[in-house]
Design a protein around this ligand. Structure first.
Ligand SMILES: O=C(CO)[C@H](O)[C@H](O)COP(=O)(O)O
Length: 232
């Protein structure tokens, strides 16, 4: 798999943000997996923390590695969330949701004192939009919602968005942990991510979108040799 070493180095560097007693949001995806593994090693060495997983996939991984978890309903404070991203720009604006976990990821990131993004260099972009923007929608009326999403993206300045329902097994629409569908919106360039986010957020049927604006405060980019940490 590409960029494995860079992902692992970014994830390992994020351990320096972890302190004893923290409740930690555990992201989803191949980079976040390295973080959960690194955290499990620290726990084996005596670190005391609890995790809040952002997907069923991460919950299973954390449980298999012996990372103590706390049900999200019982959490009153999340000190830190460490998660990957599909794209990160120079203002720490993100596209997330390639792993279909964007809803839980955003709820947990938004509730955290600090969101740290870990990524390999291929995720760094000047302008968001090469990666198709995931938009999570309710199955009811999703074709109507898709049309509204198309209109919103056009209004935000994207010239020709193309929208596909993400497919899972048997070519059926993929169903997220929350029971919803994902619209993958090929935009090429998102000229005004904050405006696009604002327009998408008010569409009935849109549960959440993959634009993470103003959430990440720290971005760690892994390299072959180590990692660079950027604070915003
Ligand atoms: O947003 C996500 C899941 O919904 C992931 O963080 C994102 O897709 C990056 O994944 P990876 O680390 O495997 O490249």
């Amino acid at each position: 798999m590409a960029f494995e070493r860079e992902k692992e180095n970014a994830a390992t560097a994020a351990i320096e943000f972890v302190e004893d007693g923290m409740t930690i949001g555990l992201g989803t995806g191949s980079t976040a997996k390295f973080f959960v593994e690194a955290l499990a090693d620290e726990i084996a060495d005596g670190l005391v923390v609890r995790g809040v997983p952002t997907s069923e996939e991460t919950r299973r991984l954390a449980e298999s590695l012996g990372v103590p978890l706390v049900p999200v309903e019982q959490v009153d404070r999340i000190h830190l969330t460490v998660d990957g991203a599909d794209e990160v720009d120079e203002h720490a604006q993100l596209i997330k949701g390639g792993g279909a976990a964007l809803l839980r990821e955003k709820i947990i990131a938004n509730a955290s004192d600090l969101m740290v993004v870990i990524a390999d260099p291929s995720k760094q972009v000047e302008v968001l939009g090469s990666f198709p923007l995931p938009v999570e929608v309710t199955p009811f009326g999703f074709t109507i919602t898709a049309k509204k999403v198309y209109d919103a993206l056009k209004t935000s300045g994207i010239s020709r968005p193309r929208i596909d329902v993400r497919r899972g097994s048997g070519d059926k629409p993929l169903v997220t942990d929350g029971g919803n569908y994902i619209l993958d919106c090929a935009c090429s360039v998102i000229p005004d991510p904050a405006y696009a986010a604002e327009l998408l957020s008010v569409i009935p049927g849109v549960v959440e979108h993959g634009l993470f604006i103003g959430l990440a405060r720290t971005v760690i980019i892994g390299s072959d040799e180590g990692a660079s940490i950027f604070e915003y």
